[in-house]
Design a protein around this ligand. Structure first.
Ligand SMILES: NC(=O)c1ccc[n+]([C@@H]2O[C@H](COP(=O)([O-])OP(=O)(O)OC[C@H]3O[C@@H](n4cnc5c(N)ncnc54)[C@H](OP(=O)(O)O)[C@@H]3O)[C@@H](O)[C@H]2O)c1
Length: 255
């Protein structure tokens, strides 16, 4: 499906998951507002996109910290002022993997840092950008989470993912009568940056087509599949993607 004339706003755009989403929307003709805290990360993103043959004419890099409501408020105000195009699709993605000890060993300072990057950011993204898509026909909002929250095995990362599940649950309830198709995308398999994946393949550490391990560029089309006009049944869902086969199933069904 072509996304020509459509606009995607993607946070965590320079990260592993977000950059795959950026590529998938650009490859299908959308304009992409790509949000990252750092200009150099955005420059690197643009270079990586070009290295793998994705044109960047429709890429709109935007420097903002998703952990700061005021930064996102600035972008929202600039969209309202028509400095940037109004999004049709929002991808809410934030938070790296944190290597953390057990809860009792985590300082209050670290707790707050992880909560901001993994959880509060998603609330800030929602409150600033959901208003653009709530009543827009054909619009989607995808909140990215991970499956590690289903068990308690990853300390505060598990905890913040449960907070993300809660946010998605409330948003699903509150958008049920709205035009937007809000979904939680719960990823439960390992995705690598494109460069890392290629290095690992070369070193024989992974193999092309592995069931539970993929490159960012291979996963990205899951986002356009969900956002596709064909995916009318993907509204108010938790979309579980735990393997390459499941990702391919979504792509085959909707793209
Ligand atoms: N990769 C996987 O295998 C995988 C699997 C399952 C679920 N997920 C989920 O997907 C989401 C993104 O993961 P990812 O693999 O793309 O992570 P990543 O490559 O480490 O990227 C993390 C993103 O979070 C942003 N971020 C916001 N606040 C941050 C902070 N305080 N410290 C560091 N980064 C911060 C970064 O944005 P800046 O550009 O501003 O630095 C960056 O784009 C997470 O919710 C993760 O749980 C990932």
């Amino acid at each position: 499906m072509s996304f020509s004339g459509k606009v995607a706003l993607i946070t965590g755009a320079a990260g592993t998951i977000g950059s795959g989403a950026v590529r998938a929307f650009l490859d299908r003709g959308a304009k992409v507002i790509a949000v990252s805290r750092s200009q150099s990360s955005l420059d690197k993103l643009a270079q990586t996109l070009r290295d793998y043959n994705t044109p960047t004419d429709n890429l709109i890099p935007y420097v903002a910290d998703v952990g700061k409501d005021e930064d996102l408020g600035r972008l929202a105000a600039e969209i309202k002022a028509e400095k940037y195009p109004v999004p049709d699709h929002v991808v809410s993605c934030s938070g790296p993997w944190w290597h953390l000890p057990e809860l009792q060993e985590i300082s209050v300072e670290k707790f707050r840092e992880v909560m901001v990057s993994n959880f509060e950011s998603h609330f800030f993204i929602y409150r600033n950008f959901a208003p653009f898509v709530l009543d827009k026909s054909g619009a989607t909002y995808t909140l990215v989470t991970g499956g590690i929250g289903e068990g308690g095995t990853a300390s505060l990362v598990s905890l913040t993912q449960n907070a993300q599940y809660g946010l998605a649950k409330v948003a699903i309830h509150e958008t049920r009568a709205k035009a937007v198709r809000f979904n939680e995308l719960r990823i439960s398999f390992r995705i690598e940056t494109d460069a890392n994946w290629d290095k690992m393949v070369k070193a024989g550490q992974v193999h092309e087509g592995e069931a539970k391990h993929a490159a960012s560029r291979e996963f990205g089309p899951v986002f356009t599949a969900i956002a596709s006009a064909e995916a009318t049944d993907q509204k108010g869902n938790v979309i579980y993607v735990n393997s390459r086969a499941k990702a391919a199933e979504l792509e085959e069904k909707y793209l």
